[in-house]
Design a protein around this ligand. Structure first.
Ligand code: SF4
Length: 329
């Protein structure tokens, strides 16, 4: 899906790289190949990882909280993040030894068997095996189940709009708020990601954003302030924002874990900029719980990915009646 002939090659139009692909070659993601001037999705029906996770792990805090979700990842990625925490599959290719074969029509039954109401396309970038996620989400929707995307936001708008028929929610990474970071650390551009986040919200997906704070790379308080202001102005102050704590991984093993004081400062900056739901992750904190943005009452008490107390009633704060942003609350 989403390609066209281009100067004797094919051009993939699925993500903002828009790779021109010569005969026999693959695009940047390594799983979409030009064969006889047709674009083939090589990882179709070949998951590399399947697991039952709490939906909170995606992280999605305002979407069917407290439910397990069957999570699928494949191989390859359209980004090259130096700090990738799933690099063993995201930077692998189709020679990865643990690929499974799972026909798409088996997905809803598998999710049900494990007590899940839906599926998350996650771990690596789901855009690059779009056809599998699209057809799987369609089958899930027909059974009254949900699908969510955990994404880097590089998918172009047309496939994103098509996907909205069947996918309900997205957690999108904003990996930093400078083009320099995206160029040097990710191998992509920031601007398309920002435009796509706005479009995703306008298309009616439930959207949450994640910003992983890496010391010395994207932890400048002015950068975090500009990011927070942009969310409030352009995407919506109701959109939940997750600041995640970095720990050394992949090619950034010489960078220390993010100090707690940086994390707490980022939380306070985002709140000052008007964001209503700001969370800290990958650390022990009371800032992983949900509070009413109107009266301050504790609404969902979380301990890691567990829900210790749940007080929202019919999507509203039981104390002041304020409507809480989300789905399935
Ligand atoms: S999905 Fe892959 S092949 Fe297509 S434009 Fe993106 S990186 Fe290139």
């Amino acid at each position: 899906m989403f390609w066209e002939p281009f100067e004797g090659m094919v051009r993939c139009e699925l993500c903002s790289h828009r790779c021109p692909i010569p005969e026999g070659k693959t695009g940047i993601c390594g799983v979409r190949q030009n064969r006889d001037n047709k674009l083939y999705a090589l990882s179709y029906e070949k998951p590399a990882a399947i697991a039952v996770d709490p939906i909170e792990k995606k992280p999605l805090f305002h979407f069917h909280p407290g439910t397990p979700v069957l999570s699928f990842g494949g191989v390859g990625c359209n980004f090259r993040c130096l700090h990738c925490q799933n690099w063993d599959i995201s930077q692998a290719d189709l020679s990865f030894p643990y690929l499974k074969r799972l026909p798409v029509e088996k997905i809803p039954g598998l999710a049900k068997r494990y007590g899940c109401r839906g599926v998350a396309w996650t771990y690596n970038e789901p855009t690059i095996w779009y056809e599998y996620t699209y057809e799987g989400s369609k089958l899930l929707k027909e059974k009254g189940m949900y699908s969510v995307y955990v994404t880097n936001g590089y998918m172009e708008e047309e496939p994103m709009r098509e996907l909205r028929k069947y996918v309900d929610a997205m957690n999108m990474d904003i990996k930093a708020f400078t083009e320099e970071f995206y160029r040097k650390v990710v191998g992509a551009k920031l601007q398309p990601v920002l435009e796509h986040a706005i479009a995703v919200k306008e298309m009616g997906y439930h959207l949450e954003l994640t910003y992983l704070i890496i010391p010395g790379y994207n932890d400048d308080f002015d950068e975090i302030k500009r990011f927070s202001r942009w969310v409030a102005d352009e995407v919506g102050e109701d959109v939940p924002v997750h600041f995640s704590r970095f720990h050394p991984d992949y090619r950034l093993t010489d960078v220390p874990a993010t100090p707690y004081r940086t994390m707490n400062a980022a939380h306070d900056i985002a709140k000052e900029e008007g964001l209503k739901y700001v969370y800290l992750g990958n650390m022990i904190t009371d800032k992983e719980s949900t509070y009413c943005p109107n009266c301050g009452k504790l609404l969902i008490k979380r301990m890691g990915f567990e829900i210790a107390d749940y007080r929202i009633e019919k999507g509203r704060c039981p104390n002041c009646g304020h409507k809480i942003e989300g789905v399935g609350l």
